[in-house]
Design a protein around this ligand. Structure first.
Ligand code: NAI
Length: 326
C-alpha cells in the first residue's frame, strides 16, 4: 500500500519509519508540502494519504483525491474539523484518526508552564549563564495548598488533576459532563473567583469561544495565573493584555494562540511579525508562550505513528477500524 504523507516534519519520520519497517507492505512517501489545491496532484499513484491539522481537505481536494482512486484518508491527529466529511462519504472514502495519543504529554507541559512561571527557571537559566546569582526578581510561590481550577476534565484535564493532587494542591473542576472524582466540582463562577491558578482543558466550541474574556477576568483573584494549552480562541487575547496591564493577571502561560496558524510550527525569526497582539503579549515579563508543543513528546509521536499505521493496516485488510471517523 502506497501512502503519501503530507506536511511531513523531520522529527516524525523516524517514528513512522520504525512502524513501516515492521510492516513492509506499507510504503510511505514523505512530502513536506501541506496538502491543498496546489499540491493535491502529488497524491497521484498512491493508495491513501496521511494528513495533519493544517492540511486542506475541502470538497475540491477530496473530489480530486477520489478521482485519483484514493479511498482512505488517515489523519495523524485527533481533530477532523479540516475534513469535508459529507464529500468524503459521498465518494466512499474512509477517514481515520488518532483520537488520543498522550493526554499526559499535554498535562505535563501544562505543569512545566506553571512551574516555569512561578519559579522563573527560564530567567534563572539566563542569569546563571552570565554568572549572575542574584535572587532578586526570582521569588516564586508553592503549588502546595494553592487552589487550582481545571476547566474541562476529560482525558487531559484528568491527567492534570492527578499530577496536581501529587503537589498537594486543592483542585477545583468545572465540567458539566464528569461525575465525582479526585477533585471538588464547582461551577464556572466559583472556579474563577476561588482559583490561584486556572488551567483550560475544554474543547473550542461556539459556547467556549472567548470563555475567558474581560468579564471572566473581573471575577478572578488579583494576580491569578492562567494557563491555556487547549485552543487559542478559548481566551480573548486582547482582554489578556488589559488584565496583564492592570495586574489582575499575574502570570500567563500559553501553548496555543488565537491566530497561531499564521505563526506556529514554522521559523519566522528573520521576518517582521505583523501580529501586534502577539508581540505585545510576549513582551510582558510574566508571560510565557510555547508554540503548540504540548503534544510533542517521544511517547506521543510514537503513539501517533503506531495508531496511524494500525488504522491503515486495518483499512487495507478490511478489518474493523476502531478510529474510523466515517
Ligand atoms: P476530552 O474530550 O477528553 O475532554 C474535554 C472535556 O471538556 C470533556 O470532559 C467535556 O465535558 C469538557 N467540556 C466541554 N465543554 C465544556 C465547558 N463549556 N466547560 C467545561 N468543560 C467543558 O479532550 P482532551 O483530550 O482532554 O483534550 C482537551 C483539549 O486539549 C482539546 O480540545 C484540544 O483543544 C487540546 N489539545 C491540545 C494539545 C496541545 O498540544 N497543546 C494536544 C491535544 C489536545
Amino acid at each position: 500500500m502506497k501512502i503519501a504523507l503530507f506536511s511531513s516534519q523531520n522529527y516524525e519520520k523516524p517514528f513512522f519509519n520504525q512502524f513501516a519497517l515492521q510492516n513492509p507492505e506499507l510504503e510511505i512517501t514523505y512530502f513536506e508540502e501541506k496538502l491543498n489545491h496546489q499540491t493535491v496532484a502529488m497524491a497521484s499513484g498512491f493508495d491513501s494519504i496521511c494528513a495533519f491539522v493544517n492540511d486542506c481537505l475541502d470538497a475540491n481536494v477530496i473530489t480530486t483525491l477520489a478521482e485519483m482512486n484514493i479511498r482512505c484518508i488517515a489523519l495523524r491527529c485527533a481533530g477532523f474539523n479540516n475534513v469535508d466529511l459529507p464529500t468524503a462519504k459521498a465518494h466512499g472514502i474512509t477517514v481515520v484518526r488518532v483520537p488520543a495519543y498522550s493526554p499526559e504529554a499535554v498535562a505535563e507541559h501544562c505543569v512545566a508552564l506553571m512551574l516555569t512561571l512561578s519559579r522563573k527557571t527560564h530567567k534563572a537559566y539566563n542569569r546563571v549563564r552570565e554568572d549572575n546569582f542574584d535572587l532578586n526578581g526570582l521569588l516564586g510561590f508553592n503549588l502546595f495548598k494553592k487552589t487550582i481550577g481545571v476547566i474541562g476534565c476529560g482525558k487531559i484535564g484528568q491527567a492534570l488533576v492527578n499530577i496536581l493532587n501529587g503537589f498537594g494542591a486543592n483542585v477545583l473542576v468545572c465540567d458539566p459532563n464528569v461525575g465525582e472524582g479526585n477533585y471538588t466540582q464547582v461551577n464556572l463562577d466559583m472556579l474563577l473567583s476561588q482559583s490561584d491558578v486556572i488551567s483550560l482543558h475544554c474543547p473550542l466550541t461556539e459556547q467556549t469561544h472567548h470563555l475567558i474574556d474581560e468579564a471572566a477576568f473581573a471575577k478572578m483573584k488579583d494576580g491569578v495565573m492562567l494557563i491555556n494549552t487547549s485552543r487559542g480562541a478559548l481566551v480573548d487575547s486582547k482582554a489578556c493584555i488589559g488584565a496583564l496591564k492592570s495586574r489582575k493577571l499575574g502570570y500567563l502561560g500559553l501553548d496555543v494562540y488565537e491566530q497561531e496558524s499564521e505563526l506556529f510550527f514554522q521559523n519566522h525569526s528573520g521576518e517582521i511579525l505583523q501580529d501586534d497582539v502577539f508581540s505585545r503579549l510576549v513582551s510582558f515579563p510574566n508571560v510565557l508562550v510555547t508554540g503548540h508543543q504540548g503534544f510533542f513528546t517521544q511517547e506521543a509521536l510514537s503513539e501517533i505513528a503506531r495508531v496511524t499505521v494500525d488504522n491503515l493496516l486495518a483499512w487495507k485488510n478490511n478489518q474493523a477500524i476502531k478510529n474510523q471517523v466515517i
